[in-house]
Design a protein around this ligand. Structure first.
Ligand code: ATP
Length: 248
């Protein structure tokens, strides 16, 4: 349902993505694993179109020159150059790194704000689903976003992305800063989203251990290049992946 071919992103002369290609099939979970600075956020911004906005803003402010190249096909259509809002309307929804929830709005307001792409019935149904998926949120609907724990913030961030009715959900480092127990619990919830909502998911993470078991296919990103790719078991059996991500 989604294919990126030969993505290149330059920040001035610095190559942040080097000829990255990836495929995500209907209902699949695709993992993109890499250390800090590997290019994960650059990739997620490029897929969602936010990179084009960042490049445009930099150009208007006379800042750094950002160059984006490559092809993006989504549901049989070329979407390279489409604005982030057009991509979101078509179902490509980014849940950004560090959550970016509204600190001065309540949990419920944060969720409702994101339902602008849904009709009333869809919004109510999805709200019920978010509370079913993340029961801890039901007890804190009136709490301000700025007063949530890391785990609660991440549940809210994913819940908010769901309210936007994703067909392709892009999760950028959803496990960042969370305890191992919560990381595993969230990984299970991500798998349930793919199964229960019929969504395709691309998840970028440095913590491969909890995410690797839920993916169908994955890519290892190093210095902007996809250096290894393979199915879940193939990656888990790969000695380089094992030593880098599983301490074996
Ligand atoms: P992290 O886990 O730290 O977020 P990441 O894998 O998401 O890492 P990116 O944020 O995509 O990595 O960064 C890839 C490289 O591009 C890094 O070397 C980073 O310093 C550089 N970079 C990111 N944004 C810019 C920018 N606006 N201008 C210049 N260089 C940038």
């Amino acid at each position: 349902m989604f294919e990126a071919v030969g993505l290149m992103v330059f920040y001035e002369n610095m190559l942040a993505l080097n000829n990255v290609s990836l495929v995500c099939g209907q209902n699949q979970i695709i993992g993109v694993f890499g250390a800090n600075s590997a290019g994960k956020s650059t990739l997620m911004y490029t897929l969602s179109g936010i990179m084009d906005d960042i490049a445009k803003k930099e150009r208007m402010a006379g800042g750094e020159r950002i160059t984006i190249r490559g092809e993006l096909a989504y549901l049989g259509r070329n979407i390279m150059g489409d604005k982030p809002s057009v991509r979101a309307k078509a179902g490509i929804i980014l849940c950004p790194e560090r959550r970016r929830i509204f600190p001065e709005s309540t949990v419920l307001e944060n969720l409702r704000i994101a339902s602008y792409l849904a009709n009333k019935k869809q919004a109510e149904e999805t709200l019920d689903y978010v509370f079913e998926l993340f029961p801890p949120l039901t007890k804190i609907t009136g709490r301000l976003g700025g007063f949530l724990s890391g785990g609660e913030q991440q549940m809210l961030a994913i819940g908010r992305a769901l309210m936007a009715q994703p067909k392709l959900l892009l999760l950028d480092e959803p496990l960042l800063g969370l305890s191992p127990a919560i990381q595993y619990w969230l990984a299970k919830a991500i798998k349930e989203i793919a199964e229960q909502r019929g969504a395709s998911i691309i998840v970028a993470e440095q913590y491969a251990r909890p995410i690797m078991p839920i993916i169908d296919y994955g890519y290892i990103l190093e210095n902007g290049s996809a250096v290894i790719e393979g199915g879940r078991q193939e990656l888990m059996d790969n000695p380089d992946v094992k030593s880098a991500y599983f301490g074996a």
